[in-house]
Design a binder for this molecule. Structure first.
Ligand SMILES: Cc1cc2nc3c(=O)[nH]c(=O)nc-3n(C[C@H](O)[C@H](O)[C@H](O)COP(=O)(O)OP(=O)(O)OC[C@H]3O[C@@H](n4cnc5c(N)ncnc54)[C@H](O)[C@@H]3O)c2cc1C
Length: 495
């Protein structure tokens, strides 16, 4: 094995495939994946939208680890091939020497598990971080039992721990149809698939299988709300007319305990973006994607982006072969200089069927729910407050004075609007609302989504426990003698 270190981030199909190919080529390969995650990380909705219902079985770390590792045959192949595998480990930064980082002359990753943080130097980096859920809000979306399709898929197949018996799936693209199939296969009833479009978006054969299994399809319909007190117990659905407007009096309730949002998935861009890789907007590949060539080479030498992290389309959900091939090519390209000939593959010419689904859903949800629906769960910012650039609610009325003008370019900048409203500044760091907010801003400004300046990604790109980055605690002697309030007094000291 040579000493050239290749680090692959993400042990999904693409990452494992790249790691195996790199190991074949005798590189010193490390493969890192954040799963199996501790429930505390999952509850921050990283990387998927798990929502507020995580089954208690997830706290049995040993059993969970067995299940998650056992469900990934390729990962076991990587171990056999001599790849160093770090699971339950997230990469929270890619730190590269440059004007902003003078203290080191080597490229290194910031890693953390539940307890500690450390650095790992690398020569070449393959980012295979996959995709996450695109979530749009509706009344009741904060209830336990509402979650994203990626999260539901992970809980079903990787963790084998999706608590729920009867689900409604929002979205009939292949992500939604595939998930509905997986739910049925796991013995979970699928009460309905709800779709704003007039017809089902995904694969007809998949749809036919679901219809045969008794799944009801509600096309030209939108969710009005999830209903429940402690957790979801039903959804209210409303029909849409030909203009996409809600039909008054058409509301009906569907009993369920789980709502899976399968409106879209977006590439996990954060590490590539934080590294400084150039990105472009391509609706057909899930929105903002890193610019890559046919071998997954990014605009930065020694950094490759492969798999769904490089772009995700609804059709690709049915066929991962293209991801595997590109991941393999990335590993083969390592060691060949990027040179001047690097040219990113151009944006997809023809948008596949489901590309505009998020926008269509947004319009229908706005028409039904209006502007008072909460957009940012962490900071409780509503859609209306976000669009109107209203001051955070914690400010007193006397403090709600703007200190400067707001021009059109400010209104098209997600970072700017975030600072004005606090939307995306809470503990989930915008994972739940980022994409919704961009769509909403574009809609309100009458602009294409790609012209909205996306919010920046900064390290740490994953939530870290303070214990992982803070120095060691005070010494035992200090803890013992440190003066604190409410220390019980000895009898003689009573005043
Ligand atoms: C509901 C559903 C059902 C599907 N069913 C099928 C199917 O039956 N057959 C099929 O071929 N395809 C299916 N797909 C598609 C398939 O899952 C994807 O094409 C494939 O998983 C993409 O592989 P990937 O390696 O790019 O990403 P992923 O498999 O998502 O792997 C990326 C990994 O990187 C990890 N990661 C991300 N960021 C970090 C970080 N900072 N630090 C550490 N780790 C990180 C993620 O947690 C994840 O484990 C399905 C998709 C969905 C949503």
């Amino acid at each position: 094995m040579n000493s050239h270190r290749v680090v692959v981030i993400g042990a999904g199909l693409a990452g494992c495939c790249a790691a195996l190919e790199a190991a074949k080529r005798d590189f010193n390969v490390t493969l890192i994946d954040e799963h199996p995650q501790a429930p505390s990380s999952m509850s921050l909705d990283a990387p998927y939208f798990y929502g507020a219902r995580l089954p208690a079985t997830l706290s049995d770390a040993g059993a969970v680890a067995d299940r998650v590792l056992g469900a990934n045959a390729l990962l076991l192949d990587c171990l056999d091939a001599g790849v160093e595998v770090l699971t339950n480990t997230c990469v929270w930064a890619n730190l590269m020497p440059g004007p902003n980082l003078l203290y080191t002359d080597e490229k290194r990753l910031g890693l953390a598990d539940g307890e500690r943080s450390w650095f790992l130097p690398y020569d070449d980096l393959i980012i295979a971080t996959g995709a996450r859920d695109l979530v749009l809000s509706f009344p009741g979306w904060q209830l336990p039992g509402v979650l994203g399709a990626q999260a539901a898929g992970a809980l079903l197949t990787r963790y084998q721990a999706l608590g729920g018996t009867k689900a409604v799936v929002l979205g009939s693209g292949n992500v939604g149809l595939r998930l509905a199939r997986q739910l049925l296969d796991a013995g979970i009833e699928v009460a309905a698939v709800v779709e704003v479009a007039a017809s089902v978006r995904g694969d007809p054969a998949l749809q036919a299988g679901l219809v045969a299994a008794g799944v009801a399809f509600h096309t030209s319909s939108v969710i009005d709300s999830a209903i429940g007190e402690q957790q979801v117990r039903a959804v209210r659905v409303c029909a849409l007319d030909q203009q996409g407007l809600p039909v008054p009096g058409s509301e009906e309730c569907i009993d369920c305990d789980t709502v899976c949002i399968a409106i879209g998935v977006v590439p996990n861009l954060e590490l590539a973006a934080q590294s400084g890789c150039k990105a472009t907007y391509d609706a057909a590949r899930g929105g903002w994607v890193p610019e890559t060539d046919d071998c997954g080479r990014s605009s930065l030498e020694h950094i490759y982006v492969v798999g769904e992290a490089a772009g995700v389309c609804d059709k690709g959900v049915l066929d991962s072969v293209q991801h595997l091939e590109r991941a393999r090519r990335a590993a083969v390209a390592i060691g060949t200089p990027q040179g001047a000939e690097w040219k990113p593959t151009t944006a997809s010419a023809a948008a596949p069927l489901a590309a505009d689904a998020p926008n269509e859903w947004l319009r229908a949800l706005l028409a039904q729910g209006g502007l008072s629906v909460v957009l940012c769960q962490c900071e409780e910012v509503t859609r209306g407050e976000y669009i109107a650039l209203e001051a955070p609610r914690y400010l007193q009325p006397s403090e709600r004075r703007r200190a400067g003008p707001i021009d059109a370019s400010n209104r098209a900048s997600q970072d700017f609007v975030k600072r004005m409203t606090r939307c995306g500044m809470g503990h989930c760091q915008g994972r739940r609302c980022r994409d919704h907010a961009a769509l909403l801003l574009a809609h309100a400004n009458g602009q294409p989504v790609g012209s909205i300046v996306p919010g920046s990604f900064r390290a740490p790109v994953r939530p870290l426990p303070l214990s992982a980055i803070a120095g060691p605690d005070e010494s035992e002697a200090v803890s013992r003698t440190w003066p604190i309030w409410f220390q019980p007094l000895n009898e003689g000291e009573m005043g």
